[in-house]
Design a protein around this ligand. Structure first.
Ligand code: GLO
Ligand code: MG
Length: 343
């Protein structure tokens, strides 16, 4: 049976256009408006940072957090929108200036672990068993500032504490090689899955692939997908695009390299991604130039391109391709793909 894909994004993907050199270019909208847009455009689920779900989380008591998380769950249930994952935002607070789990300050490491446990509690209240760890500041600006070896131990210790905190939670590590750090400790899916094996329950530690992050690591996102799926560990997905080794661009899916996007979709298809309820999420941002009336287009276009490429993948002449592979005629195979994409 062909997969019926379900789609998702996070409130941060309707961003107002600020960059390090200039202010927003669109008036920031509140959560209600974003949820309305998600529904109006037929998306199925939303991703949440812990403080997207409960704003100003650090200043709130546990009873207050519980109350707000339960109210959010009730509201999304009422709207028929699922909650795909929760992620602790460990890169904003003063306690995480030098990293969370790998900070050189033990008090700050404790903050990161406690905050992650709270995120797990919120995930539980919101009805998802996936905690995404984008390890934003777990790395260094200068290599001598931290010990790489000790950092691995600290990451394992932190993940072990999370696994012990809740017997059902699954941790999905989202690797990224750089930005905001010069070098991050968990830059690729291979690193994430190797780290999983050092934890107390490797079965509950998997990964999330973001296309742009794989490209920034000099890797082919389709190969990363196949690799993760070979371990049964691809539990979430951030599709987008990236034009070379620059700042993280979060461009619409297929915007820069349509062929690579086709290969990613083919990899998802051959691995049956989505059949166990996994969502296709787009971690994309509008261009800074985008006008308010076009504010959702990067998301709807990404989905449109994705679905177009599903069709392309299903209608690809696999028999002809296999014959060309058998004959080692990769030149003709190359052209077969190009002409198929040209339509
Ligand atoms: C940034 C990441 C970020 C995460 C999100 C979920 O490069 O892609 O958007 O996916 O914060 O943790
Ligand atoms: Mg992402």
């Amino acid at each position: 049976m062909p997969t019926q894909y379900r789609f998702c994004f996070g409130p941060w993907n309707i961003s107002p256009g600020q960059d390090p050199y200039g202010p927003p270019t669109r008036v920031e909208r509140g959560f209600d408006w974003k949820l309305e847009q998600l529904k109006k455009h037929g998306f199925d689920a939303m991703m949440f940072h812990d403080d997207d779900a409960v704003p100003d989380i650090d200043s709130k008591s546990w009873p207050q957090i519980q109350k707000e998380a339960k109210a959010l769950k009730k509201r999304l249930d009422g709207e028929g929108i699922a909650i795909e994952m929760v992620a602790p935002r460990l890169w904003f607070a003063p306690e995480t200036i030098d990293g969370g789990y790998t900070s050189n300050d033990p008090k700050h490491r404790r903050y990161a672990i406690e905050r992650s446990k709270r995120s797990i509690d919120i995930a539980k209240l919101l009805g998802t068993d996936i905690l995404v760890l984008w390890l934003a500041r777990e790395g260094t600006y200068i290599r001598e500032a931290k010990s790489g070896r000790k950092s691995v131990d600290l990451l394992v210790e932190a993940i072990d504490a999370m696994l012990a905190h809740d017997k059902r939670i699954r941790i999905s590590i989202e690797p990224k090689p750089n930005e905001p750090m010069d070098h991050a400790y968990i830059p690729t899916i291979g690193h994430a899955l190797a780290l999983a094996h050092l934890t107390r329950d490797p079965k509950r530690v998997g990964c999330l692939i973001e296309s742009a992050h794989a490209i920034l690591a000099g890797l082919d996102p389709a190969d990363e997908i196949d690799f993760a799926c070979a371990f049964g560990k691809l539990w979430s997905l951030h599709l987008n695009d990236q034009n070379g080794l620059k700042y993280d661009q979060d461009r619409p899916f297929g915007c820069t390299n349509l062929r690579s996007a086709f290969d990613q979709v083919r990899a998802l298809e051959r691995n049956g991604y989505g059949k166990k309820g996994e969502y296709v999420c787009f971690d994309v941002h509008p261009f800074r130039t985008t006008k308010e009336e076009h504010w959702m287009d990067h998301l709807t276009n990404s989905r449109r391109t994705f679905l177009g490429l599903v069709e392309k993948s299903r209608s690809f002449d696999e028999k002809a391709a296999a014959a060309l592979v058998k004959n080692r005629d990769y030149q003709a195979l190359d052209q077969l793909v190009i002409e198929h994409l040209l339509g």
